[in-house]
Design a protein around this ligand. Structure first.
Ligand code: PMP
Length: 333
């Protein structure tokens, strides 16, 4: 069967399935929420996830009508494309950012335009490009995956003042940082914020993510959302997590502390590592470092051309990574 032309160039999202390795490649939390839930599975889940939506709205201090909840923030990104993007529309983002923005642009036949960034994300350049290209939607990952760079709120606000298309701020890692755009939602009705339970909340396996936006945007998105998109177990898992937000905060504090230790260690090893506002660190090294680390049982993310990202795990995992890294550096040099 012939596939659609525009998806022929795509390759499936690659997920490393190694067993018995220290997994520092996918920015998950090393801390488990320990949820035990099996109830009412004979029924379909609550289509609107109302109980979860109400609790989440309380936590975020927004209205439930400003929320869409679903299968990870990945589903939220796709819903935005499905709702707003037509063939040939322009979508603008940064080049070195979350890969799925480009993938969904390809699938939905949009023209994905990028502003280059190695580490620093130049908002002046993004604003200039937005004014010149007039994209339908702008994707900003803040803090940015994979670099950990944080754009200031006032820089994002400068964009919002100049541009009235959709501005999507993907805050998947915001719990490790400050500077959420949440309290600007009332001011800008073209602002969409994406969040997830996969990172700080430690629920990557449950696949729960959400969108916060004006009621107008939410009601459009709900028109295309598949029925029962978030299963009952995951709804319960997220409710449980929200009841234990102090645990999340403690885990986040531990990860930030470990991140600071890791930043200092990488610096001592003369590795060019960048300041991060998330639960991972972006660093530069020789390409063969990837295999050398893997042979020692540590999986990091390699982006090619000497670019790596290591997730901050538990203390003992980070120490194993540093030990493997020191040995690997000796071997490959
Ligand atoms: N946004 C960003 C920036 C991410 O890094 C990820 C996961 N890697 C996602 C969205 C998707 O996360 P999920 O679907 O698990 O919520």
């Amino acid at each position: 069967m012939k596939t659609k032309m525009n998806i022929e160039s795509l390759v499936p999202y690659e997920v490393m399935t190694y067993k018995n390795v220290i997994r520092l490649d996918a920015n998950e939390s090393a801390y488990n929420m320990d949820v035990n839930i099996f109830k009412s599975l004979n029924r379909y889940p609550d289509d609107r996830a109302s109980e979860l939506k109400n609790k989440l709205a309380d936590y975020l201090k927004v209205f439930p009508s400003e929320l869409v909840i679903g299968n990870g923030s990945s589903e939220m990104i796709e819903l935005l494309f499905r709702t707003f993007i037509e063939k040939g529309d322009k979508v603008l983002g940064f080049e070195n950012s979350f890969s799925m923005y480009k993938v969904f642009s390809t699938i939905y036949e949009a023209d994905y335009i990028t502003v280059s960034n190695d580490y620093v994300m130049d908002m002046d350049e993004l604003i200039r490009t937005a004014i010149y290209e007039q994209p339908k939607m702008i994707m900003i990952c803040n803090p940015n995956n994979p670099t950990g760079y944080l754009i200031s709120k006032c820089d994002i606000e400068r964009l919002l003042k100049m541009y009235d298309g959709l501005v999507v701020v993907d805050e998947a890692y915001i719990e490790f940082s400050e500077g959420s755009m949440l309290n600007r939602l009332d001011t800008y009705d073209n602002l969409v914020i994406l969040r997830t339970f996969s990172k700080a909340w430690g629920l990557a396996g449950a696949r729960v993510g959400y969108m916060i936006a004006s009621e107008n945007i939410v009601s459009s998105v709900l028109k295309v959302k598949a029925p029962y998109n978030l299963n009952a177990l995951s709804q319960q898992a997220a409710l449980y997590a929200l009841d234990n937000k102090e645990t999340m905060a403690e885990n986040v504090r531990a990860i930030i502390l470990e991140r600071e230790i890791m930043e200092r260690t990488l610096d001592q090893l003369d590795i060019k590592a960048y300041k991060s506002s998330a639960n991972f660190i972006y660093f530069k090294g020789q390409d063969d470092l990837y295999e050398a680390l893997l042979k020692k049982g540590v999986l990091v993310r390699f982006f090619g051309a000497g670019r790596f990202r290591v997730t901050i795990g538990k203390k003992e995992e980070n120490e194993s990574f540093v030990k493997a890294l020191k040995e690997a550096l000796v071997e490959i040099n």
